[in-house]
Design a protein around this ligand. Sequence first.
Ligand SMILES: Cc1cc2nc3c(=O)[nH]c(=O)nc-3n(C[C@H](O)[C@H](O)[C@H](O)COP(=O)(O)OP(=O)(O)OC[C@H]3O[C@@H](n4cnc5c(N)ncnc54)[C@H](O)[C@@H]3O)c2cc1C
Length: 488
Amino acid sequence: MSKKIVIVGSGNAALSAGIASLEKGAEVTIYEKANKILAGGNTKYTAGAMRFSYENGDQLIGLLDNPNDERIKNTNFGSYTQENFKNDLLNFNDGRPLSWEQEILVSKSLETIQWLSSHNVKFEPIYSRQSFLKEGKHIFWGGLTLASENEGVGLFNQELTAFLSLGGKIFYESPVTDLVFKNNKVRGVYLGVEKIEADAIILASGGFEANEELRKTFIGDDWIKAKVRGTPHNTGDGLKMALEIGAVKHGLYDGCHATPMDLFMKDFGGLDLEPKERKNYRKICYFLGIMVNAKGKRFLDEGKNFRNYTYAQYGRKVLEQPGHFAWQIFDSKVFDLLYEEYRFNDAHFVEGKSIDELISKMDDIDKNEAKKTIAEYNKAVDLKTVFDPTVLDGKSTRNLLIKKSNWAQRIDEGPFRAFPVTGGITFTYGGLKINENGSVLDTNNKPISGLYACGELVGGVFFNGYPGGSGLTSGAVFGRMAGYGANQ
Ligand SMILES: Cc1cc2nc3c(=O)[nH]c(=O)nc-3n(C[C@H](O)[C@H](O)[C@H](O)COP(=O)(O)OP(=O)(O)OC[C@H]3O[C@@H](n4cnc5c(N)ncnc54)[C@H](O)[C@@H]3O)c2cc1C
């Protein structure tokens, strides 16, 4: 007899778990808290970028929606080995060795993307943000090369199509409120007073980023103020339910992914906006200029590394500044290089023909100090090294308290623009502990019978940041694992 499996949530992790369970012949039902528009959780808000290891560009061609794209002949995808992926993760581990979860993420990344592709999920190269044109060739940098067709919404739609075509069922506006836990086994879920029985429950209900109280408790007081980049529905429900029946906490509860965002963005991301406008609030081109806080001071190395490797931590740094904001400052030399989100109609910025005029328009900042900071920065820039955004060009500042390590150009060609930013939380890193079947472990490290987890609510995958595109891959890897595990 086929197993009856209930999945909580309908993002990438849930749908990956659902597809895997259906492959094994289970009867699968998804209960989703949100309505049809907001179903798909944070997954739908993403650019669909997925990081995975590959040896060469040939391994990518079969995954593409349009392998005949004219640009492909002229593209160098490079390679991104498992070693590269591991090293990238290690850079964010603050000295910790790779966790078990990270080893799994890396070793199963390529096969999981190929598996999604076998279920008709199509991908496309991220020419606009992950490659630069150099001597007529598209050069990919940073190991992140593909995104699902039509970004996160496309990923959700394609995965949902696969799930439904294999016989899965989904119910919207159906928040799971509790687990049915009896005689040491999870036997179903409650939707309010309604009880649904099942052989296995897979929690895929995201982290606690949209829950002010939990943010304050686990991450700190500053985080009450944080804007939420994605869904309002990831309020830690699955996490709380599992902890209540004895699951062990795992991973970095005070850690989270947070990104510089337009200071005037709404409190949550808006799926009601057109796809292009949806990401207009993100502001991650700080590496092309400088950031100053309310005191008029720089507070981090804007050019420390490719922005893939800094953007997930720099939101936190901005949020921790006085008043929880900063200004990003650029001169006209780099306007063409700024991502399109800096040019959307409702991107907030001020402009001045001179530095003085610019600073006069920047609110809530120590203007004298800001002027001094820009002058000192300009004086410290190494003028000999050639600016090259396709590599870590080493064009840095000399003798500044806070160095800019790469892409340091003088801010000296008007007009000048300054964009006010704050920190927006993307998702949280603390979660549940699972084993190789995706089973949730209790405080004695023993599986809780009938309970599985995947996606954002798995702890131990990320610590002090992550290389961009790892979140979706993690959801698919651990989703597929839980889907298979729940059928054993
Ligand atoms: C703006 C933005 C951009 C991003 N860009 C990228 C990117 O390009 N690449 C990348 O790798 N990662 C990206 N991420 C991170 C990525 O979104 C997450 O890592 C991933 O989508 C999480 O998937 P998930 O399935 O675990 O959670 P989600 O996709 O968030 O799904 C969780 C679902 O559970 C539902 N739910 C919650 N509580 C309940 C309940 N009680 N009952 C029923 N349902 C419930 C929610 O409504 C939601 O639909 C981005 C995130 C954001 C916010």
